[in-house]
Design a protein. Structure first.
Lengths: 231, 255, 284
């Protein structure tokens, strides 16, 4: 009878959820990028901008969650629709966390702005770059249903982890060498850990997207280096 | 793919012709014992026709010709030695619209056993109570067993039909869209009953409501134009089916 | 535009008029009988036998006789009629056989009652040597009422929903078990109402019983089917045409007519009321 009409409404609603997800992805990326930039450029206003934009991200994530619940109540979706909604609910959570982590970096940036830098920042901005690249891949993979992009994204977590190790080791050496730098060094170490967590959340995005596409749950670790080789 | 030995009902190459038109085409389906198998598909896809092959209710239609086999516990019901009467005792059926006889509740449930020779009133009373309990109807009607079945609500009538069907202790229970004529409360009670029934019977249920299939069944089979397109555990069929036609049907791309 | 309204009113009026004529005829007959016969109908009238060349006494004998005829004829017509209906609806293959049987039944309904009487006389009384008896008369009446019973039973059986048959078959019943345990019990109330209406017909028939078993006078109630019997319609005929004192018995004639018409009326009302109650509860 009218399944075709309902299908039209379902597709419309799904389209709105996808647009929302795209925007949330962009916001998460902007948050990480802005936080790291604020840290590197010692830009107070940039940091504040990132912190203030978190409300918008939270609201969008909340809207996405609500829309997905409404979709389920209204249409009782099955098959690919059901997986798409499940993916969207999970992705909203992870993207919102990533945005929060960007804010965390910005807050630390504010604290560090008045202090003399103990070292030029090279790896941390690289980590930020990697995470943003992962987010970009995630959004593309989600919108296009591209399994390969999702796999690529999961594999990138190795790079983020490696960078974090390097940062930790370097900071440790600096702290041993010049104990006065402990405060700033641990703060920087914290930033690195935050960015590593952001990378993990981005990897989660990859897992959700792959479930949406294939219907099978996969662990991202399948696409990374074997456990023994990881430090 | 489940083992053949655990399967209660197996169809092999089952094909049914209405005159020269095949309504069921070469269906190979295996239903495990004491489970619920849902048959879904658009109108006219042959799922009800297939269901009626299992207890040979299609025999009553003149232009029907059946090829292939339906095995229950390994014995072909279309074989030459089959006694159709006792087949229908082993395989019970519940229909789309509740169809209790216009007799008392007691007489309705006792109909089957009496048909097959039980005369002792006490034995019949026990059977009636057991069946009504099994259909989750006993508490509601135990004080009015002599009153007419026609005074019950739609949902109660359908549960009475289920009690009537299980009174002869069948092994397999066929249900042809049993809740499509009921209100949501009646539907919910019958669905709950189906989940209980599978502990003792092998249930095959035809439904056009996919959410119902998702709620009550262990395995689901999707029919399209007389063919069995896909069959598997319900969870898989409804979250990630293998065949694109199944995917298209469950996401409502065609009715 | 107005012409259409006028025509509409005119048509309605004419229809009403004709209906009134129909009603008037019925009420006229009843009224006529009531006015002329009321005085004669008393308890004694109903319970005493006719005396003195039927100028006095009551109509107990014909009344009892009519009841006996009704019951005996239905005892024959009901089983045969229901069996025929069962055959037609459940067993007859679609085609010339079933159509032929149905045609025969319908034709039977159109046979004039006097022809039934002659048939009864030759076949039951003479050929089967049953003589002029209650048995012959009942058998003749049974033939007359058979089409009514067959039609009523056929309709009743066809009205039994297919669902119920399916349910019975699905539990392993044979065709005959289904008919005996589900179809007939479900159809029976409807069949009975048809039978009651048929009884009304039987009560009033004169020609079939005139030659076959009704007599104008017998002193006692018939105790065996082989005896002759008095009957109400015949009693009226006798009193009005060949009685010993036609004018004196006039009140009795009207009284008897009133009783007969009243009986038929009562039977019809019962039948119709029962049927409409069945329809309302969904079983007819």
């Amino acid at each position: 009878m009218e399944p075709l009409n309902i299908r039209k409404h379902m597709d419309q609603d799904l389209g709105e959820i996808r647009s929302g997800m795209m925007r949330l992805g962009a916001m998460a990326e902007a948050s990480i990028r802005g936080g790291v930039a604020a840290l590197v450029k010692r830009d107070r206003s940039e940091a504040r901008r990132v912190i203030e934009s978190d409300d918008e991200a939270d609201q969008l994530a909340g809207w996405l969650d609500m829309s997905c619940l409404e979709f389920m109540a209204r249409y009782q979706p099955l098959g690919a629709d059901l997986r798409a909604i499940s993916c969207a609910i999970h992705m909203a959570v992870d993207l919102e966390r990533i945005a929060d982590l960007g804010v965390s970096v910005a807050k630390r940036a504010l604290k560090l702005i008045d202090q003399d830098p103990i070292k030029p920042l090279m790896d941390i901005p690289l980590m930020g770059e990697r995470v943003c690249a992962m987010l970009d891949l995630a959004v593309k993979a989600y919108l296009n249903g591209d399994e390969d992009l999702a796999r690529e994204l999961c594999a990138m977590d190795d790079q983020v982890d490696d960078l974090q190790d390097r940062v930790e080791r370097e900071l440790l050496m600096i702290m041993i060498d010049r104990p006065a730098t402990i405060a700033q060094a641990s703060a920087l170490g914290e930033v690195a850990r935050v960015l590593e967590r952001a990378g993990d959340h981005a990897t989660n995005l990859g897992e959700h997207i792959m479930f949406m596409i294939t219907g099978r749950r996969v662990k991202a670790s399948q696409f990374r280096r074997p456990l023994g080789d990881r430090s | 793919m489940c083992q053949m030995e655990e399967s209660k009902v197996v169809s092999k190459g089952l094909t049914l012709y209405y005159g020269s038109v095949p309504a069921v085409r070469n269906v190979n389906l295996s239903v495990p014992e004491r489970s619920v198998m849902a048959l879904i598909g658009p109108s006219g896809c042959g799922k009800s026709t297939f269901l009626r092959c299992i207890n040979r209710m299609n025999d009553f239609i003149e232009e029907v010709r059946v090829e292939g086999q339906v095995l229950i516990d390994g014995q072909d019901v279309y074989g030459p030695q089959t006694d159709v009467i006792s087949l229908r005792r082993r395989v019970g059926m519940v229909f789309q619209r509740p169809n209790p006889f216009p007799f008392s509740i007691w007489e309705n449930v006792a109909y089957g056993p009496r048909l097959h020779g039980v005369k002792d009133r006490r034995v019949l009373d026990e059977i009636v109570e057991r069946s009504l309990r099994g259909a989750a109807l006993w508490d509601e009607v135990k004080d009015k067993l002599e009153s007419s079945a026609m005074n019950l609500s739609g949902g109660q009538q359908q549960r009475l039909c289920i009690a009537r069907a299980i009174a002869v202790e069948p092994e397999v229970l066929l249900m042809d869209e049993p809740t499509s004529a009921l209100d949501p409360m009646g539907t919910a009670k019958v669905e709950e009953l189906v989940r209980e029934l599978k502990k003792s019977y092998t249930v095959i249920i035809v439904t056009h409501n996919m959410q119902q299939a998702a709620r009550v069944s262990d395995r689901t089979a999707f029919f399209l134009m007389g063919e069995l397109v896909e069959e598997g555990p319900t969870r898989e069929i409804f979250t990630s089916p293998r065949d694109p036609r199944t995917e298209a049907y469950i996401t409502g791309r065609f009715g | 535009m107005k012409i259409r309204l006028v025509k509409d009113r005119l048509a309605t009026g004419v229809l009403w008029l004709f209906t009134l004529i129909t009603l008037g005829t019925l009420l006229g007959i009843l009224g006529f009988l009531w006015v002329n016969g009321r005085s004669a109908v008393t308890w004694e009238f109903l319970t005493q036998r006719p005396r003195s060349g039927m100028t006095q006494g009551g109509i107990a004998t014909p009344l009892v006789g009519t009841v006996q005829l009704m019951l005996l004829s239905m005892a024959f017509a009901l089983p045969i009629g229901v069996a025929t209906a069962v055959y037609l609806t459940e067993y007859a293959p679609k085609g010339p056989v079933a159509s032929a049987v149905r045609l025969a039944v319908r034709s039977l309904a159109g046979v004039p009652s006097v022809v039934f009487g002659l048939f009864g006389l030759s076949f039951f009384c003479i050929f089967l040597r049953l003589g002029a008896s209650m048995l012959s008369a009942s058998l003749t009446l049974a033939c007359l009422v058979l089409p009514v019973v067959v039609t009523a039973a056929e309709t009743a059986i066809l009205n039994v929903p297919k669902d119920l048959r399916d349910a019975s078959f699905a539990m392993g019943a044979t065709r005959w078990q289904t008919i005996r345990k589900v179809v007939l019990p479900t159809a029976m109330p409807s069949i009975m109402t048809g039978a009651i209406l048929g009884l009304g017909r039987v009560a009033g028939e004169t020609a079939p019983i005139m030659f076959t078993g009704a007599v104008f006078f017998t002193p006692n109630f018939a105790k065996s089917p082989f005896e002759s019997v008095m009957a109400l319609p015949y009693h009226i005929y006798v009193l009005a045409t060949a009685g010993t004192n036609i004018d004196a018995t006039r009140p009795i004639q009207y009284g008897t007519s009133l009783v007969l018409v009243g009986t038929v009326f009562l039977l019809s009302l019962t039948g119709i009321a029962w049927r409409s109650r069945l329809r309302r509860s969904g079983r007819a």
